[in-house]
Design a binder for this molecule. Structure first.
Ligand code: BG6
Length: 369
């Protein structure tokens, strides 16, 4: 049931703090270490892994793109992310030391299932990150880490995405913990931050009224662009996907550094451009570069919608609309930065008279290749 909300999507957006907390529950012990007992791949085998390959579709693919940054940073294991539908058709290089991670909310997506079957045939171990108990993908995998988002009814994924991110961070941190990398102190600090992150998601949800108002004011636009860097780049892709799925608008996500290599030609007067700004504390070089990007597009007349950390004053002069998110460690920022984009797409779709929970031409789980 919709629990008093007009749409399942609104309910599921609101459930995100709990979904995130539930996915962490029982996985961090009193000493602040991770205990992923259900990952039935031995620690000896995990120490041998020399490559991680992530396969997924749609929103789950975007979670995988973010996971790459976390896995490579905390474990120093090379990680590739690939659309499941492309994976097996290009003869990928897989062996028993490759850990394949298949991410799927439903656990029934045929493209992802076929990719994992292919990986297992090559002798690779497959870890599923899945939200649906007993579904096909976890049944056919060597191990599963369940996300505990609860049933997701709206076709466009929201709380499942946030919990997929949490599960990806847990896997990355666990691999780092098991293998003992030089980032030990950082890993312990991030585990602490992760355990508090659901409160930050809650805080973002309480400040969404201006985002809704902004979305309504853009209902007659044809195009919205999204820019980001580092983990903000997949967030931009996810923001654009949500807008396509729900508002049936032309929306594209770009890596902000790529702007000058083509997309800047698209900038024209009054074009809404959403920019996800990295923390000024973490990768501060990237922050400065993205501030220049915002200046460039604004100079060409774009309407800048800037998602930036609380306390980041450098962006304020160039933001036509400023959406504040709490300060988090760099790699965790997608957990808070995605939420305004979900609300934005949902409200824009409603303003355009679209069916939010059941967008045209889409299905919640796609069981054909
Ligand atoms: C698509 C859905 O068809 O499948 C997306 O419309 C979803 O919302 C994608 O992200 C992948 O689904 P799943 O269940 O494998 O995560």
């Amino acid at each position: 049931e919709k629990g008093g909300y007009d749409y399942f999507m609104l309910k599921e957006i609101a459930e995100q703090p709990k979904a995130v907390a539930d996915t962490l529950l029982g996985r961090i012990d009193a000493a602040g270490s991770l205990t992923l007992d259900e990952v039935r791949i031995s620690t000896a085998e995990l120490r041998e892994v020399d490559k991680v390959v992530i396969v997924a579709c749609g929103t789950a693919f975007h979670a995988g793109l973010i996971a790459k940054y976390a896995i490579e940073h905390w474990t120093r294991i090379p990680c590739e992310v690939e659309l499941a539908s492309e994976f097996r058709y290009r003869d990928p290089i897989l062996d028993p030391r490759t850990l394949v991670i298949a991410i799927s909310q439903s656990g029934e997506t045929m493209d992802t299932l076929m990719a994992l079957r292919h990986a297992r045939e090559q002798g690779s171990k497959v870890l599923a990150i899945c939200n649906t108990n007993g579904s096909t993908i976890p049944r056919e995998s060597d191990a599963v880490l369940y996300t505990h988002a609860g049933p997701e009814v709206a076709v466009a994924s929201t709380k499942a995405f946030l919990t997929q991110l949490v599960a990806c961070y847990l896997v990355a941190l666990y691999l780092g913990q098991v293998r003992g990398t030089k980032w030990g102190d950082e890993i312990r600090a991030v585990i602490r931050d992760l355990s508090k992150i659901s409160q930050e998601v809650e805080r973002v949800l309480k400040t969404m009224e201006p985002v809704r108002e902004l979305a309504r004011s853009l209902a007659t636009k044809n195009t919205v662009l999204f820019l980001g860097r580092h983990v903000g780049y997949p967030v931009a892709l996810e923001g654009a996907l949500k807008l396509k799925e729900l508002a049936y608008m032309h929306a594209e996500g770009f890596a902000a550094g790529e702007l000058k290599h083509g997309p800047i030609a698209l900038i024209e007067k009054d074009l809404p451009v959403v920019v996800v700004v990295p923390s000024p504390r973490g990768r501060s070089v990237l922050h400065d570069k993205i501030v220049s990007n915002i200046q460039e597009i604004r100079a060409r007349g774009a309407r800048t919608i800037v998602i930036a950390e609380e306390g980041d004053e450098a962006v304020a002069p160039y933001a036509d609309h400023l959406i504040r998110i709490p300060a988090t460690p760099t790699l965790l920022q997608p957990l808070v930065a995605t939420v305004p984009l979900q609300v934005f797409a949902c409200e824009l779709a409603t303003a355009r008279g679209n069916e939010v929970d059941q967008p045209r031409n889409l299905a919640k789980s796609v069981t054909v290749e």
